[in-house]
Design a protein around this ligand. Structure first.
Ligand SMILES: C[S@@+](CC[C@H](N)C(=O)[O-])C[C@H]1O[C@@H](n2cnc3c(N)ncnc32)[C@H](O)[C@@H]1O
Length: 337
């Protein structure tokens, strides 16, 4: 009798076979079908990891994870699995460096602004809100307006489950907004001041639409964690341009490609028997940059990740004050052209 896992893999393969008929997704569907056929047994999976996966890396721009494909059932299964493992200690460790670095940048920005106004942070590809929640716990006394944007509805459902209880308990103000615009940011900032509480807002939307409604300088910090590998290379530079235009500083957080990361990702996700999550954990590894490829201001953070700072253009006057602030922000970061 087939196990639940085997049945699920078979169901995924059947859905991918149908998706393959759409030429837009043919290549991605084929890669994923190969992945799931291999994931039927440990032996074929190990073979795939050592002999097929590394070849995909040569053309890593064309890799799409199951969660990036228009298959809602499997997006749900994958992201729900991700949300549940994020609560565990091992997964917590995987993001501790991001929480620490982002919190540091927020504190420095608060000091630079020096006006008692909340720091406005925009988290692109918010997921289930795990990073935001940990930043809130770490920066208890810092006035913050934190806005999370994500394109996949199930992620916002998960985020609402996390933040609504905090709102009901009177610890934060939680809002759901239909668009991130100048007016919305002003209202959220006013609410944070009025209630003397942190404000967390979520928005279902595409991060590439942001600059339609937000003016440069309305946001203090843009951040995104583990989002780049979902975005095509041509769109990555578009995203960086949007960030440069809108915010004085963007904190990019992602993982570096490496054997040990892959190894632990496999052990963790194989053990919890969620094929959709296993797919995201492994394919995302093959899409990650090698640490030698990092440029600009970056810092490697344990265990296998990096944080990169991208500075905005013409948002603040490029005077001595901002030059000094920049030096404070990049302290501890390396620079490579
Ligand atoms: C691997 S998850 C990371 C979630 C979260 N940032 C974290 O670190 O746990 C990547 C997220 O990016 C979101 N995403 C990808 N492309 C997006 C887009 N164009 N607009 C908004 N969100 C996007 C996905 O829906 C997903 O929630």
């Amino acid at each position: 009798m087939a196990t639940k896992r085997a049945r699920e893999i078979q169901e995924i393969i059947s859905d991918l076979e149908l998706l393959k008929l759409d030429s837009k997704y043919r290549e991605a569907a084929e890669i994923n079908i190969g992945f799931f056929k291999a994931a039927r047994s440990v032996f074929s999976f190990i073979h795939w990891l050592f002999f097929v996966g590394p070849k995909l890396r040569k053309n890593r721009e064309s890799i799409l994870e199951l969660g990036d494909l228009p298959l809602e059932k499997w997006q749900r299964r994958g992201y729900k699995g991700l949300a549940s493992i994020e609560r565990h200690r091992f997964a917590g460790m995987m993001s501790s460096g991001f929480v620490r670095e982002l919190s540091q940048i927020i504190l420095k920005m608060e000091e630079i602004k020096d006006n008692n106004e909340p720091v406005v942070v925009l988290d692109l590809g918010f997921g289930g809100g795990y990073l935001g929640r940990r930043v809130f716990e770490k920066l208890l006394d810092v006035p913050l307006v934190y806005v999370g944007v994500d394109i996949i509805p199930v992620n916002l459902e998960l985020a609402k489950m996390v933040f609504r209880p905090l709102h009901k308990a009177g610890e934060i103000v939680f809002r759901e907004v239909s668009v991130v615009s100048d007016e919305v940011i002003d209202t959220l900032r006013w609410e944070a001041n009025d209630a003397s509480k942190k404000v967390l807002a979520v928005c279902l939307g595409d991060i590439f639409d942001l600059d339609k409604y937000v003016s440069p300088g309305k946001i203090d910090i843009i951040c995104h964690s583990r989002v780049l590998h979902h975005i095509r290379p041509v769109d990555r530079s578009r995203l960086a341009d949007i960030c440069r235009r809108l915010s004085p500083i963007t904190v990019e957080m992602d993982d570096c490609y490496g054997f040990w990361f892959k190894f632990w990702a496999i052990i963790a996700t194989w053990a919890i028997s969620n094929p959709a999550l296993l797919n995201g954990a492994i394919l995302s590894c093959f899409r990650d940059p090698a640490k030698e490829e990092l440029t600009g201001y970056f810092k490697l953070v344990p265990p296998f990740s990096y944080v990169r700072l991208i500075f905005g253009q013409d948002i603040y006057p490029q005077d001595e004050k901002w030059q000094t602030a920049t030096q404070t922000l990049v302290k501890g970061f390396s620079f490579k052209d």
